[in-house]
Design a protein around this ligand. Structure first.
Ligand SMILES: [Zn+2]
Length: 435
């Protein structure tokens, strides 16, 4: 196992953490003094307030990773900050922290970057002040997903306080690029760590997975996502002389209908049916007396485990070719002339079948919240799609109702409950690992 260097000494770290915005109403809002960070790491509310006060809208780090480092280093974690770059995208800071040298090795993954606040004046409480009102903590990232990170840090701190370091290793893999292009984030950080000899036995992603109540839902997989753009080529001409032209809109209607009319499948044991949506149709023709030269349309399909990206592309092409050559729809005409460009970086479908991991998490959720969580694969993609190439991964976090909204907020009671769930999960996973 390779040793990592702590890039910044704790004193420097604490100084960095102070860069985060201080609340305007400091008198009524207890902001944890930096010197007591180690002690307050057991308190998810204080952890979350510290993180929210770092304005880390993608791609800005905003002091959030330094604040996290200041929580983890005193707990014994070796912390590395990893900057990733790629031409055409902003540089991104990421963080990898590990406690322990031996297996089994549990990873917690997430992101400290947040989406923009939108209309700041519309917020009941300013988005980076982390004010608590009527039992709710307000701020951008409260549920997506600084809250999940704050609770996992608290759970680890409590576990260490009660039991000492775990019998194995715990890592934090935290990116600053989940809400952005996701190019300089989790994928590169995983590669960086793997190149240094890191390997993991399981991963928990702390994204908000619960639709209504804490304990509703664990995500054990995700659908895939594939996008493409079709262009139909016609012949421009006068609308009054259509025999001299070829209207591409007619062909485009045939092609989009062929993609949307027939279901791709009826769903599988673990996934809902695959679904394709045409998301835009563009002709851009301002004149009503001109037949345009071309028309284009984009589509996105969310697909289940009866497909791979390759088989799905083949099926889409089969449908388009059949529709394009349908002479009955275009009497006396050639086949529709079209081309298709696939979007980069499709997301592959995945399903986690690691029973020890799912059982440890389900039983922890049930014994703390009293809820028996549904095991689900619904919703959009997440960074779990990259992690699944390295180890089994599941997702469980806060209630997602206010994510990305004005007045994003979390019930303070939920932060306590999630911390208790995470702490129980950590104990059970290490007890079950290797079974
Ligand atoms: Zn998120």
């Amino acid at each position: 196992m390779q040793q990592f260097k702590v890039l910044q000494c704790p004193l420097r770290v604490l100084k960095d953490a102070r860069r985060c915005r201080q609340p305007r109403l400091a008198m009524s809002l207890p902001f944890p003094p930096d010197s007591s960070t180690a002690m307050t790491a057991t308190d998810p509310v204080a952890n979350l307030q510290t993180l929210i006060r770092c304005p880390s809208v993608t791609p800005a780090e905003g002091g959030a990773l330094s604040a996290l480092e200041a929580m983890l280093a005193p707990l014994g974690f070796t912390v590395d900050k990893v900057k990733a770059s790629e031409e055409g995208t902003p540089d991104i800071e990421n963080l990898y922290a590990r406690l322990g040298k031996d297996g089994p090795h549990l990873m917690f993954a997430g992101h400290t970057d947040v989406v923009p606040v939108g209309d700041e004046a519309a917020w009941t409480h300013p988005p980076f002040e982390a004010q608590i009102s009527k039992g709710e903590l307000f701020g951008r990232g409260a549920v997506d997903m600084k809250g999940g990170i704050a609770c996992f840090v608290a759970a680890v701190a409590r576990h260490i306080e009660k039991n000492g370091p775990p019998n194995g290793s715990i890592s934090f893999l935290i990116t600053g690029d989940e809400e952005g292009p996701a190019i300089n984030g989790t994928t590169k950080l995983l590669q960086w760590a793997a190149e240094r000899g890191e390997s993991w036995d399981a991963c928990l992603v702390g994204e908000p997975t619960n639709p209504d109540r804490l304990g509703d839902m664990i995500k054990i997989g995700r659908r895939g996502s594939l996008s493409g753009k079709i262009t139909v080529h016609g012949v421009q001409g006068h609308a009054a002389y259509p025999h001299l032209a070829d209207n591409p809109v007619r062909g485009m209607l045939q092609l989009t209908q062929a993609l949307m009319d027939t279901p791709f499948d009826g769903g599988t044991d673990d996934f809902q049916p695959s679904n394709l949506e045409v998301t835009t149709v563009d002709v851009g023709n301002p004149a009503t007396n001109v037949i345009p030269a071309k028309a284009s349309a984009s589509f996105n399909i969310r697909f289940n485990d009866s497909w791979t990206v390759e088989t799905l592309r083949a099926e889409i092409l089969r449908r388009l070719d059949a529709a394009a050559g349908n002479g009955a729809l275009r009497p006396g005409r050639e086949a529709v002339s079209y081309d298709i460009v696939w979007a980069d970086r499709p997301s592959h479908v995945f399903l986690t079948r690691n029973n020890a991991l799912i059982a440890s998490l389900s039983s922890a959720v049930e014994s703390v919240s009293g809820q028996s969580p549904r095991l689900s694969t619904t919703g959009g993609t997440s960074d779990a799609r990259f992690i699944k190439d390295y180890c089994p991964v599941v997702e469980f976090g806060l209630v997602g109702q206010t994510m990305h909204m004005v007045d994003e907020r979390v019930a303070v009671a939920d932060l306590e409950t999630l911390t208790a769930i995470y702490e129980t999960f950590i104990a059970r996973w290490f007890a079950n690992a290797g079974l």
